[in-house]
Design a binder for this molecule. Structure first.
Ligand SMILES: *Cc1c(COP(=O)(O)O)cnc(C)c1O
Length: 395
């Protein structure tokens, strides 16, 4: 892309992920991106410094405020989400907390879906009450939301598909509700990625990411991002600079490097996941498979409406309960037994020992998690090898 040129509007996600945010049509410009491995930046004159202080200069001053390598990642994520701007952060959790704290103050209320990433749930449960922010939780189907909303409600916060049972929130319906009540609609788009789901095009205001997962995609970096209008991103960036959750340039390099292959990774991972889900659904020791690509999934039709494909996350319940689930996880050879998701390696994990540890039977039931539920992140290995591994581990 020529210096300063905007990505072409008609470009597809694969072209955007490779070219957006990069300027390299000059003679001798490196094709790979450079890491601005620096904490601070020089000024040529006190006049320039004065302009920076007045806010009329676009110059970089200090990496916590911004850095050219971070900016490439921000432009790519903004382009993929169809947003005016984006802000990258040191982790998904930093992006989430800075976004919500930029939007909420003491006395305000937030409505959030109940099945949240564990860290986000604990932020709402433990930190927000200390700040006099009231949290109201709701199921993914948003039933009864009109009873929870009030004059102090500012934000609607959702995750879809949810962890670990992959239930879906109807994004268009949620955005319409937010519009009606003047709420800022925020989604954690980590599981779907902008390749499969474009929340801003469906009326959402901010899309958040744990870029540690699919965006970076190689299980080698912790990173986060928020994308939305320039005005909202200015607020989020302001909060992030003050709270200190800025990204490191080395992490930004890995993130940009990962995003370039996002499209092909998601496409292939979704395809392999469908094959794995079909295999598991027919297996006599499996009670239930939670994968939105299967017609048996309660949100299959909604998934077809609002997602381009069904993604590579799934969960399944083993008939033998916790003992069978532990035996299975201890026997896999290609799948790794590890937390997190979204990388090139296929992973299995037991929610009962990770995201849903120490939850009561009632809380587990509300989340549709059983002691024998296994969560799976399908990677980029050969589908036949993954299925063979499942066969031997379940035998
Ligand atoms: C991992 C994850 C987070 C937290 O992101 P970090 O990068 O680990 O801080 C938030 N939301 C979802 C859905 C996640 O999977």
């Amino acid at each position: 892309m020529k210096n300063g040129e905007k990505p072409a509007r008609h470009w597809g996600d694969r072209t955007l992920s490779i070219h957006a945010g990069e300027e390299r049509f000059h003679v001798g410009t490196s094709v790979g991106i450079e890491i601005a491995r620096t904490a601070n930046f020089t000024f040529a004159s006190t006049e320039e410094m004065k302009r920076w202080a007045e806010g009329t200069s676009g110059a970089y001053i200090y990496t916590r405020y911004g850095n050219p390598t971070l900016r490439i990642a921000e432009k790519k994520i903004a382009a993929l989400e169809g947003a005016e701007d984006a802000v990258v952060a040191a982790s998904g959790s930093a992006a989430i907390s800075s976004t919500l704290l930029a939007l909420l103050r003491a006395g305000d209320e937030i409505i959030a879906t109940r099945q949240l990433y564990g860290g986000s749930y604990k932020l709402l449960r433990d930190i927000f009450p200390q700040l006099a922010i009231t949290v109201r939780l709701i199921d993914a189907n948003l039933a009864g939301i009109e009873k929870l909303v009030g004059p102090r409600t500012r934000v609607l916060y959702v995750e879809t598909p949810t962890n670990p049972t992959l239930r879906l929130v109807d994004l268009r319906a949620a955005a319409r509700f937010a519009e009606e009540w003047g709420l800022v609609a925020v989604i954690d788009n980590t599981f779907a990625t902008p390749v499969l789901q474009k929340p801003l095009a469906m009326g959402f205001h901010i899309a958040l990411h744990s870029a540690s997962k699919y965006l970076a995609g190689h299980s080698d970096v912790i990173a986060g991002a928020a994308a939305g209008s320039a005005a909202l991103m200015k607020k989020v960036r302001g909060n992030m600079i003050q709270m200190g959750g800025s990204m490191d340039p080395e992490a930004a390099f890995l993130l940009v490097r990962g995003i370039k292959t996002l499209g092909v990774r998601i496409e292939r991972q979704s395809k392999t996941a469908m094959a794995v889900a079909k295999y598991l659904a027919k297996h006599p020791k499996v009670a239930r498979v939670h994968y939105p690509g299967l017609a048996s999934h309660p949100d299959h039709r909604l998934a077809k409406r609002q997602m381009r494909d069904f993604g590579a996350m799934m969960a399944f319940d083993l008939k033998g309960g916790l003992d069978a689930a532990r035996r299975f996880c201890d026997r896999v050879r290609v799948f790794l037994l590890a937390a997190s998701l979204g990388g090139v390696e296929s992973l299995v994990v037991l929610p009962i020992f990770t995201s849903h540890y120490k939850m009561s039977i009632e809380e587990l039931r509300a989340a549709s998690v059983e002691p024998g539920t296994v969560r799976m992140s399908v990677g980029l290995e050969d589908a036949e090898d993954l299925i063979e591994d499942l066969r031997q581990a379940l035998a």
